[in-house]
Design a protein around this ligand. Structure first.
Ligand SMILES: Nc1ncnc2c1ncn2[C@@H]1O[C@H](COP(=O)(O)OP(=O)(O)OP(=O)(O)O)[C@@H](O)[C@H]1O
Length: 266
């Protein structure tokens, strides 16, 4: 019998971290903190270069063991999940996309369907329809037969987003999803994930560098200061000029412009 069939636990948060702390070599990236992400919520990880955002995202994605504490997906530790069930429940956008051979755009997006394929592992017309719709969502309709190696950086990033949309997980874990994107597509991609949260009850965890976009999209924020300190909480608790100036080592001022929180560096 496959014990993972009953996953996830009903009513459990999509993602939880309990008294989590991360260490790399001798260095503690963050002291103990806890978090819980419910359906429809967005959590943003912020902090300076090298603070530990990617390490934290990988730990939350089950790609790395926590140094201290526990991570639970849908109420259960990753060890209780089969790889396939975990891939149906949570999808990860990595910072770099590995392109080992010259696949077409459509073939690349179809990889997102692999966790959903049946015993023989063949994609069907419905998988292809889902992938074409995902390409349309990221403004790449008509690119299906282009080779991925011929794409611009921003186009390749949007193919990666489309692949994740085709995977259709409950929980999205995104490492710098705005890499290579121009202003229009930055907003379009963040709006896309916000719609996934609002309409499908998905959860979104993402590493961002732009504090103002974090203010616009986050419900919760984890701010790592690069010296082991962590501030975790609701957006308005964490996005304070003093906390951010301390973490980034540069003075910032907060303004409320037409009801939108905005930070401007001194
Ligand atoms: N395997 C490793 N061995 C040694 N140090 C490591 C290892 N992996 C990560 N680190 C270090 O841990 C720290 C955190 O890295 P991480 O990639 O999580 O930072 P980040 O906040 O995502 O940074 P950035 O904003 O630059 O992408 C960095 O100083 C990095 O050099």
């Amino acid at each position: 019998m496959n014990a993972s069939r009953s996953l996830p636990l009903d009513e459990a948060p999509l993602l939880e971290a309990e008294r989590l702390a991360l260490q790399v070599g001798e260095r503690w990236l963050c002291c103990e903190f806890s978090l819980s992400l419910a359906a429809g919520e967005c959590l943003v990880l912020l902090g300076p270069n090298g603070a530990g955002k990617t390490t934290l995202l990988h730990t939350l994605a089950g790609l790395r063991e926590p140094s201290v504490g526990a991570v639970r997906l849908g109420g259960l530790p990753y060890a209780a999940w089969s790889a396939q069930d975990a891939a149906r429940y949570r999808g990860v956008l990595l910072q770099q996309q590995p392109d080992h051979f010259a696949a077409s755009v459509l073939e690349t997006v179809l990889i997102g369907r692999h966790p959903h394929l049946g015993r023989w592992g063949w994609e069907g017309p419905e998988d292809e329809r889902i992938c074409r719709a995902a390409l349309q969502d990221v403004g790449l309709a008509g690119f299906e037969h282009r080779g991925v190696l011929t794409l611009s950086g921003g186009e390749r990033q949007r193919v990666a987003v489309a692949t994740l949309l085709a995977q259709a997980p409950r929980l999205f874990l995104l490492d710098e999803p705005l890499n290579h994107l121009d202003l229009r597509y930055q907003i379009a991609v963040l709006d896309l994930f916000r719609r996934q949260a609002a309409q499908r009850g998905s959860g979104v965890v993402m590493v961002l560098h732009d504090i103002n976009l974090a203010a616009r999209y986050a419900d919760h924020i984890i701010l790592l200061d690069g010296r082991g300190g962590v501030v975790a909480g609701g957006r308005d608790t964490v996005l304070r000029a003093d906390c951010l100036s301390h973490a980034f080592g540069h003075a910032l001022r907060r303004y409320d412009l037409d009801g939108r929180i905005t930070f401007i560096p001194e």
